[in-house]
Design a protein around this ligand. Structure first.
Ligand SMILES: C[S@@+](CC[C@H](N)C(=O)[O-])C[C@H]1O[C@@H](n2cnc3c(N)ncnc32)[C@H](O)[C@@H]1O
Length: 349
């Protein structure tokens, strides 16, 4: 046995358990308001953090020390002060922006809570349906994505389709399939006020959140609690979006075929999927590891719960493009949009 290789693996296991615990500490930091309480404040004593957060001192102390150990906070051993560096605050306490990362801390707790059921499904088949995950899971997906939709969906991503933008600016029709809490549809409504925007999702709780979010944003979006067959074939849509949802669909091919039937001849299907390589050997990095975890504990199992295709979240571009072809689209491409986490596709009927 190569002892060094064994020791490196032991180190790796410690690092991964530490990562899981740092995720928990990050979740508490975001949800309790600790990151926000420390943002832009420079060095703070324990008492100052307690006063700024209004939380129980002993918990705050343990959290601060854990976050120093994890490298999230700086610590001055002489002054006994804790600092959330501005560069870290930029990522950790910037909710609503496209650089906010704390939303991701919300994913592992509800996902890992289903580990015993997942183990049973691995032995017996089936899976954990979308609605059986704690509501925090929907919230986490929403918080992870919504800053990007607000900042980028219209101005950068859909902007890659100039003819579609021109149609929608003049007044066209848009459908967001698997709309979740509705923030992609809301961004489209804000970006194209002359267009009619529809969102569809079979999850009732998501549609309720989406309707409330649209009302709060002061935009008109028709959110439909249904699957796509409830959307009439005419009038057809100029743009149909599927954001972070294609891989979750129990029958993606059927839905893509239904989408194609609802697209205008000059229309476009715009799909956002996770960025993974077709080649497994190129996926040896933290982002792909995270995505395989999300896939195993959420995307894959909730599809298999419905005897679905079980694509998983890490489909990769070749298989994704093949799906468009199988659904009868005449042409599909990966768009040249830079992102560390997403791939963007456009398909034409
Ligand atoms: C990962 S969430 C993404 C939500 C949202 N688009 C976003 O980007 O935040 C996937 C969504 O697909 C929805 N979904 C599942 N099966 C569906 C189906 N057959 N038709 C439409 N949406 C579906 C789920 O209810 C869920 O809201």
């Amino acid at each position: 046995m190569d002892r060094q290789k064994m020791m490196a693996m032991a180190e790796r296991v410690y690092r991964d358990i530490a990562g899981a615990m740092a995720t928990g500490l990050g979740y508490l930091g975001a949800q309790s308001g600790l990151f926000t309480a420390m943002s832009g404040r420079g060095p703070m004593t324990l008492d100052e953090v307690v006063a700024a957060s209004g939380l129980v001192a002993r918990y705050v102390e343990e959290w601060l020390k854990g976050m120093v150990a994890a490298g999230y906070l700086d610590y001055d051993a002489d002054a006994h002060t804790f600092t959330l560096p501005d560069e870290h605050a930029f990522l950790l306490s910037s909710e609503g922006t496209d650089h906010y990362m704390s939303g991701m801390f919300g994913m592992p707790p509800p996902l890992l809570a289903q580990a015993p059921r997942l183990l049973r499904a691995m032995r017996e088949g089936g899976g954990v349906p979308f609605g059986d995950f704690a509501p925090e899971c929907r919230q986490a997906i929403d918080v992870m994505n919504r800053g990007n939709y607000a900042a980028r969906l219209v101005d950068y991503w859909i902007a890659q389709l100039p003819a579609t933008c021109a149609t929608l600016t003049a007044g066209g029709r848009v459908l967001d399939v698997g709309c979740g809490h509705g923030h992609a549809a809301i961004a489209l409504a804000k970006g194209f006020p002359a267009s009619e925007i529809v969102g569809v999702d079979p999850d009732a709780a998501s549609i309720a959140e989406a309707r409330a979010a649209a009302a709060a944003a002061g935009v008109t979006v028709k959110f439909v609690h249904a699957t796509l067959d409830a959307i009439p074939l005419a009038p057809r849509f100029d743009l149909i979006t599927v954001c972070d949802s294609l891989h979750d669909l129990p029958d993606p091919l059927a839905v893509l075929t239904q989408i194609r039937a609802r697209l205008a001849d000059t229309g476009a299907l715009f799909v956002i999927e996770l960025k993974v390589s077709d080649r497994l050997e190129e996926n040896r990095h933290p982002i792909a590891t995270m995505f395989y975890g999300f896939s195993m504990f959420h995307c894959l199992t909730q599809s298999l719960a419905h005897d679905g295709a079980g694509l998983g979240a890490c489909l990769g571009p070749t298989k994704t493009l093949a799906l468009f072809e199988q659904a009868g689209f005449s042409r599909a491409d990966v768009l040249t949009i830079k992102s560390p986490t997403n791939l963007f596709y456009v398909a034409r009927p």
